[in-house]
Design a protein around this ligand. Structure first.
Ligand code: BTN
Length: 246
C-alpha cells in the first residue's frame, strides 16, 4: 500500500483529525495522520489514551476496504492487531507478545498498544475505516489510571526511533492488509487465535458480577468471545459483558 503521511506536532486526537478530514475532502486509502502529541487521545469506551509528547507512536490509518463486506469488519481489527504483533516480534527480544481480546496488544500481562478501529458503514459496505493506533515506545512512566501500561523502552531499556517504528508498523500492517485483500481468512483467523492471550487455557473472568473459570475457545466472525466454562458450557460475550481477571 502507498502511504501518505500527514505529520502533526500536536492535535486533540488523530482519529478525530482523520474524521474531520474525511468530512471535508476525498481522502485516499493509505493516508496516515501522525501526531507527536495528542491533547485528548481517545481509547475504547471514550477512555483517555495517555501518551507523552514525542515519545510514542500515535497514528490513524485510513483504509477503504471496498473488498470487505460490512459484516466482516472485525477482520480489520484482526489484521491491525496482527500487524502490531509482527512489528513487536521483529525486535526479537520481546517475549510473551499477545493480543488481549479484542484488540489490545500485551507483553506478558502489560499493555503496550491499543487500537481504536472506527468503521463507517453504508448498507453492506464499508465506506472507510479509521484505524487508530497507540503504541508505547519510549515513555518510561505512566500517570493515568490506565491498567498495566508498559513501553518497549521499559522492556528492553533502549531508545526506539519513533519515525522508523512508524515506517515499520505501516509495513507490517500493509502485509496483513494484503492478506485480507487476498482473502486469506483462514491464515488471518488462525494467526489471530494463536496470538490470543489465554487461548485454550483456563483463567478467571468476571461477567455481570459473577466470577467464573473458563477457556477461550474461539472468536466469532463478529468478534464475540466464545468461552468454554469449567462447567462445560460454551458462552458468548461482547466486550461490555466481560472482564479478564489478570
Ligand atoms: C484503547 O486501548 O483503548 C485504544 C487506544 C487507541 C489510542 C490511539 S492513539 C492514536 C489514535 N487516536 C486516538 O485518539 N486514539 C487512537
Amino acid at each position: 500500500m502507498d502511504y501518505k503521511i500527514i505529520e502533526l506536532k500536536s492535535t486533540l486526537s488523530t482519529n478525530l483529525f482523520a474524521q474531520e478530514l474525511l468530512l471535508h475532502e476525498k481522502v485516499e486509502e493509505g493516508t496516515v495522520v501522525w501526531a507527536s502529541e495528542q491533547i485528548k487521545g481517545r481509547g475504547l469506551g471514550n477512555n483517555f489514551w495517555e501518551s507523552e509528547a514525542g515519545k510514542n507512536l500515535t497514528i490513524s490509518v485510513i483504509l477503504r476496504p471496498d473488498f470487505l463486506a460490512a459484516r466482516d469488519q472485525f477482520m480489520i481489527t484482526k489484521i491491525v492487531s496482527l500487524g502490531l504483533i509482527d512489528f513487536l516480534n521483529s525486535f526479537g527480544n520481546l517475549h510473551g507478545i499477545n493480543i488481549k481480546w479484542p484488540n489490545d496488544v500485551y507483553v506478558g500481562l502489560k499493555k503496550i498498544a491499543g487500537t481504536l478501529i472506527e468503521c463507517d458503514i453504508k448498507g453492506n459496505s464499508i465506506e472507510h475505516v479509521i484505524a487508530g493506533i497507540g503504541l508505547n515506545l519510549n515513555q518510561e512512566r505512566f500517570y493515568s489510571d490506565a491498567p498495566n501500561p508498559v513501553s518497549v523502552k521499559n522492556l528492553i531499556h533502549t531508545d526506539i526511533s519513533v519515525s522508523s517504528s512508524l515506517e515499520s508498523v505501516l509495513y507490517y500492517i500493509g502485509l496483513r492488509y494484503r492478506q485480507l485483500k487476498e482473502k486469506l481468512y483462514d491464515r488471518i483467523n488462525s494467526d489471530y487465535l494463536e496470538n490470543l492471550l489465554f487461548y485454550k487455557s483456563f483463567h478467571q473472568y468476571l461477567s455481570k458480577g459473577n466470577r467464573f473459570n473458563g477457556a477461550i475457545a474461539d472468536v466469532d466472525s463478529f468478534g464475540k468471545l466464545q468461552i468454554l466454562t469449567d462447567e462445560g458450557e460454551l458462552k458468548s460475550f461482547e466486550m461490555k459483558d466481560i472482564c479478564f481477571i489478570l
